[in-house]
Design a protein around this ligand. Structure first.
Ligand code: EPU
Length: 419
């Protein structure tokens, strides 16, 4: 298993470019199945989850050409309706293929999607299944496989009892080729959902309201060829901003959209972290004193759960106490135990809340990355820490952050990758 050996205590300096948004690219690839024509995708992040989706598309009968800067996908016909179990099991976003397959082939088989262990038990898919039923889909479960079938997708009304990002995106994609009108209510409002809708509309879909809590979709007969440039990853940009503040570095983050990071920047202002923004860049300036600020994770435009772990590391360096309240996932604070091993003063109140008392010195340790966002947080902690940190299971970091060791080393970090 590959690992990182990190020498802590170095200041970072310079410019870093943000890659395309993982959580948009992972929806755009499945959306390509809605069309039989050529799809071109630009600025995709070159990460393992994308490779897994490419494998799924090929297995379903599509052709995929991948070069450095573009992906070309075409699925003239589908030769298969079952998502490859050994791949789909490994990542949550595999569920995104279900809606487009129902729309295109009227049938799909899949096992329960895997992914980061951050929710209670298996992360649930009840909202997807519930929503599909409203479109006229029959659902069976046998031999660990869901089997979904429909004679015709019919537009429907659906109210999400829990706000779900992938749930919203999946039902929106399902509705695009359904007969008649669909109204989705209590939808997630993440920017990626709006961009997914814009992309589908550029191919002939009729989606209104994406990015708000109510989305109306008028079904069409055909989705045409398309070309799409993935927007910058707001979570990667936010992670770099936190990394810069936590290591007291001067860092310019390029190719990002500060408008998508408003809550983090507002909190930076309250924490006395100095920054400047432009249309597509963000500059974090070395701030020696950081004030504590309590956060509660929330659906967009609230504080993103995907930045909760990096932010908790930042708060270990703030002067005073802060409360971190994780409201979206049940098991997304367990990594704090590793920060405690590194010297952080963190008290777990219950599975959803920790109090962080800062500032504390952190010390290098041998650690294992439990999941993607906790993993990058350990890397940030390791860069702050005195001495050497070893992080194992870095597959869980590299799944979401392209060539992160090289990119941070270019800024002065000392990260050695060992196979
Ligand atoms: N939920 C249900 N039933 C469902 C679906 C979700 O109860 O059928 C619950 C979840 O258990 C959770 C809440 O609803 O408590 C919200 O989960 P959501 O469905 O919004 O999460 P997701 O769509 O599975 C996406 C991102 C996550 C990100 C969350 C929240 C993708 C591929 N994943 O997950 O990203 O944390 O939204 O913003 O888009 C990551 O990138 O590290 C990551 C985990």
């Amino acid at each position: 298993m590959a690992k990182y050996i990190i020498q802590g205590g170095t200041k970072l300096e310079g410019e870093i470019n943000v890659k395309g948004a993982k959580n948009l690219a992972l929806k755009i690839l499945p959306a390509s199945l809605l069309s039989a024509e050529k799809i071109t995708i630009l600025n995709f992040p070159d990460i393992e989850d994308i490779d897994k989706e490419i494998e799924i598309i090929k297995d379903l009968g599509g052709t995929v050409e991948k070069s450095n800067s573009r992906l070309k996908i075409q699925t003239k016909t589908l030769k298969n309706i079952k998502l490859k179990t050994d791949i789909a099991n490994k990542f949550r976003a595999s569920i995104m293929f279900t809606g487009p397959l129902l729309a295109r082939a009227k049938e799909v088989m899949f096992s329960h999607p895997g992914g980061c262990v951050i929710g209670a038990g298996d992360r649930p898919i009840d909202l997807f299944l519930d929503g599909f039923k409203n479109f006229g889909v029959e659902i069976a479960y046998k031999n660990n496989q869901y089997h979904l079938k429909t004679s015709k997708l019919r537009g429907c009304q659906y109210f999400f009892t829990n706000i779900s990002v992938t749930g919203t995106e999946c039902l929106m994609m399902t509705a695009v080729l359904a007969e008649g009108k669909t109204i989705l209510k209590n939808c997630a409002m993440e920017p990626e959902i709006k961009y997914l809708a814009d992309y589908l509309n550029s191919q002939g879909a009729k989606i209104n309201g994406a990015g708000t809590s109510t989305i109306a979709i008028e079904g069409v007969n055909k989705i045409k060829a398309g070309k799409f440039k993935i927007i910058p990853d707001r979570i990667e940009a936010g992670t770099f901003a936190i990394l810069a503040a936590a290591t007291k570095s001067n860092l310019t983050i390029k190719d990002c959209n500060p408008d998508h990071m408003q809550i983090l920047l507002n909190i930076f202002s309250k924490s006395k972290i100095k920054y400047e923004t432009g249309k597509d860049w963000l500059k974090i300036k070395k701030s020696n004193i950081i004030l504590p600020y309590s956060i509660k994770t929330h659906e967009y435009p609230g504080f993103p759960t995907d930045l909760q772990a990096p932010y908790t590391v930042l708060m270990t360096q703030a002067r005073g106490s802060s409360l971190i309240f994780e409201t979206i996932f049940d098991r997304r604070l367990l990594y704090t135990d590793m920060l405690i091993q590194m010297g952080a003063d963190i008290i777990m109140c219950d599975p959803h809340r920790v109090v962080v008392n800062g500032p504390t010195k952190l010390y290098g340790k041998r650690l294992t990355s439990p999941d993607l966002r906790a993993g990058i947080s350990l890397l940030i902690a390791a860069l702050i820490a005195k001495g050497e940190t070893e992080i194992d299971n870095i597959y869980q970091i590299e799944r979401g952050y392209e060539k992160i060791d090289t990119r941070l080393n270019n800024l002065g970090a000392k990260i050695k990758r060992i196979e």
